[in-house]
Unconditional design. Structure first.
Length: 141
């Protein structure tokens, strides 16, 4: 089975073309080396998928005929990503949510008061950046 089709079939990518593009950009490794979308996979191979800032690793257990439901995916792949990498990914996601002001699902649009607080927060952050501009720390101790 082609690697792009396999990645799509086990629901690691939403579409086959997205899986193919990821292969073309070098974001997919098969047994440690970058592959083209047409590369064949077999049971026992290790697939690594780049999810900034880490590679998520999966071991192929079985091949399949076509796309399967999410409940059947564990029959075909198992994740072997180290715990410290998963922690790093979780931490980066939390930091990015803080920096971009992501609101909880269902919270709706910000009220006028919320909007003013958000603006005040970002204005203060810009002031801090201007204050620190040109500052170079001295680590000569």
């Amino acid at each position: 089975m082609r690697i792009d089709k396999f990645l799509f079939s086990v629901r690691l990518f939403k579409t086959r073309s997205m899986a193919s593009d990821a292969c073309g950009k070098g974001r997919i490794l098969l047994n440690g080396s970058a592959v083209k979308p047409s590369r064949e996979v077999k049971p026992g191979d290790e697939v690594s998928v780049k999810v900034n800032p880490i590679f998520r690793r999966y071991k192929i257990l079985n091949l399949l005929k076509g796309r399967v439901g999410a409940s059947k995916v564990p029959d075909y792949i198992v994740e072997t990503t180290p715990e410290d990498d998963l922690f790093k990914l979780k931490t980066m996601n939390e930091i990015s949510h803080l920096s971009f002001g992501v609101r909880d699902r269902g919270a709706g649009r910000p009220t006028k008061k919320d909007r003013r607080e958000i603006d005040r927060f970002y204005d203060d952050a810009e002031d801090d950046e201007e204050y620190l501009e040109g500052f170079t720390p001295d680590f000569s101790d």
